[in-house]
Design a protein around this ligand. Sequence first.
Ligand code: ADP
Ligand code: MG
Length: 499
Amino acid sequence: MGKVAVGLAVIGAATVCAAAALLVRHRMRSSARWVRAMAIVADLDERCGTPLAKLRQVADAMTVEMHAGLASEGGSKLKMLISYVDNLPTGNEKGLFYALDLGGTNFRVLRVQLGGKDGGIVNQEFAEVSIPQDLMVGSSDTLFDYIAAELAKFVAQEGEDFQLPPGRQRELGFTFSFPVMQTSIDSGTLIKWTKGFNIEDVVGQDVVAELTRALERQGLDMRVSALVNDTVGTLAGGRYNNKDVVAAVILGTGTNAAYVERAHAIPKWHGLLPKSGEMVINMEWGNFRSSHLPLTEYDHSLDAESLNPGEQIFEKLISGMYLGEIVRKVLCRIAEEASLFGDTVPPKLKVPFILRTPHTSAMHHDTSPDLKVVADKLRDILEITNTSLKERKLVVQLCNIVATRGARLAAAGILGILKKLGRETLKNGEDQKTVIALDGGLYEHYTEYRKCLESTLTELIGEKVSESIVIEHSNDGSGIGAAFLAASHSQYPDVEESS
Ligand code: ADP
Ligand code: MG
């Protein structure tokens, strides 16, 4: 070998060595990064932990707050609002009724022809309309005029399958799923907006009056006979079909629950309510909070950046509006501190609410061996390409941690209601069924969440008791439930066929 050749060989060897050293260092760095990433995940997992003992504390706190909210106005984070619904539908109602369901990104209008005792639902039709984003933060008149105009269009399409007796006014059940201080079955003032709505001139106003004026402006002769929120509507919808329904829970963009309380157990209303009989209570449970809730730095930051800091803490842990955002926040932190997706944080990952719960749910449900759905979502939504299988698995793990915490806490909330009703145990000799109507896009579409909620409730109350407690999907019960309530609170006395 000549000198030059030896020299080249030496340089070659040195280059190989240097490259090898770089590779080792890179591997070490990437393994150190991975260790950091896993540490962040492990920390999250621990802080989001919901062992049964903790869930029982949450349930007990829920029961305590329910008592406090019923005892006095402002006595609890739970408003425990009186719904004025004291006669739930029996199934014997007869006639044509309309409903309008406003409470999120879409609103629905529907009509139903009820056949009376043994007649059931003879006919029903609905239409769904999305609410333009700018109307959600505009003025009261623009929002209500838009809604009334869509309702008028729908009424104009009423066919011969629907029959209004001559000389009668059409009646409407109005499902309005925001916190309302109800003043009667057909009036109530808006306390505050939630879920991205913010129209200042409606706060403190009677929402039925606002709607009625808009209906008049559209020339629509229709009476708003019942004002309810989606949980109360869902409860009524469930009760029409099943007399054992005692509570309803919505898990959608937001979350809320309503249940049937004995009127004498509502101290703040003593004297105003019949001492016997039932009253549906709208809990506004999204605003529940307790020191037992497993809150993390991600939740605190989400809350601080939200439209309503300090409020709706339970909702921010369990509902569809927020689960995806929590996952994004954790991913962002891992990208920053452990360079998960390369040396720079992918810009899209920094955009609040870019990752929605339907996305995290789709990733969570990915059963393909190479997690193709996860890869596609990361690419399409966050513009993160070339992810490794290991990284995709980490993403699934995050979705799982966040959804599991939400679902288990929702189950704890339901246990709180069962405890308030004294139905969390079996009573001697009683063969009592307890049915809870559930609805909402999150519950309906996020299968892992739903399964986790249901199995957690069984864990909490035990196999034996769980045989007497049924969770029933009340599909879109909130709209039709409002129509049933318009019937059971009709201005015309002959709507109910006696049994
Ligand atoms: P709203 O609560 O706005 O009245 P829905 O009850 O239909 O309406 O719930 C819609 C919410 O459900 C969405 O905001 C989303 O959070 C959640 N959701 C919808 N589809 C899915 C899905 N496939 N997986 C998980 N969550 C979903
Ligand atoms: Mg809804």
